[in-house]
Design a protein. Sequence first.
Length: 468
Amino acid sequence: MSAMNKHQMNQELINLEQQNVHDVVDLNLKRSEAELRELDRKHFIHPSTPMKKFAETGPTLIFTKGEGIHLTDTNGQRYIDGLSSLWNVNIGHGRAELGEVAMKQMSTLAFSSTFNSWSHEPAIRLAAEIAKWTPGDLNATFFTSGGSDSNDSAFKTIRHYWMLKGKPEKTKVISRTKSYHGISIGTTSATGIEEFRTFTNSLSPNFHYVESSIEALEAKIEEEGADTIAAFISEPIQGAGGVNIPTENYFKEVRDLCDKHDIIFISDEVITGFGRTGKNFGIEHFGVVPDIITIAKGVTSGYAPLGGMIMSDRLYKDLQDHSQGNYFQGYTYSGHPVGTAVALKNLEVIKEENLIENIRARGEQMLEGFKQIQKENADIINVRGIGLMGAIEFKREVGAEAIGPEIVAEALKRGLILRPIMYENQDTLALAPPFVITEEEMGELLDILNESIKVVQEKSTTEHTFLH
Ligand code: PMP
């Protein structure tokens, strides 16, 4: 046996250790695609997935890598991530600087509690940073683990607030049809898209829905009685419900009604927060300041799970003044050190790279592209967009099949991921690419989109002709 000095032995140990680390990683990567599919099919219950079909097919795409606006799957195929995954990977994939911040934070202070008035620097700094991004006097943030938690926290906090204010009968929450506010019992109950509510048969009481006109809201307030209504919640631009942009004065009138009737106005900015629409927050397009803004997704660009409920100074102060006991609301991961550190870096990237300017420019290009596509296609009844959030809507007769899913399948073959939206008899394609998309990449996205639409329409015309 050759003699090793101490240094060589140490080096050998380090090599072995590194080899072990790589072995572990490699072992995972070395599983064949077929094996991964089988393990997935057997063991992994997927969110928002048709269960029966999944039992037969298993996963459709297994991603291995993300870079910029692209995702790569196990076959090495690259896709443009046309929806920033779940409207969340806003600064794009593969940003090593966020990984570095996460690693540093994990090795310094991976976790400590923020319950019972304990604190740590990343959460403190993020709460202060968020106050710089928000409109008006929305300056105080309660952190959560995601969007559903943020809206649930708002509902509970507001009901508690009205109890403290001596108005415990103010419990009802009004939301809009086609809205999406989350998946917990409370937020499913607040969600205006009916399919989410009929999925289960026992929801939270005291949630009501209105069409998106001021008359409908006024009538609902009248019908239920303002003294029973705690809050009104709305996305500034509805996302999951079809990228629906309200009329110009809608939120001004909402604000007036809320003021008149002592109703708290919650703006759900889980998708629209931190630049997506070309302004810091979507509600800023409409010139009003809500009482509460809820956030998640874009605050970390999906690099760590994190959400929050941001309150106005007025509301927070009033709550503090009236509060007697404990604030019985808190998630283990409220203000997670890694999540908040990653969020700080994410917001820095958005600012330093002037991404909101890019959102505006690329958003205009996207909408212009949609308009060109519409010119060549009589079945498109509407195109819309605000910043990097857009949609193309096709005509759909009641009860007819939507063509969106077919277009999505064709686009996928050509390397573009889109989302079809079919709630409430719509036939809509939604797009929300990452903020870092370049002019050339947007051009490519639009070309694939156009071609995919044409292919599907030609197919359906041929089938139509054949049938007759
Ligand atoms: N609100 C809105 C507007 C959303 O789009 C979403 C998620 N799509 C949520 C709330 C729920 O967020 P999460 O999935 O993080 O719970």
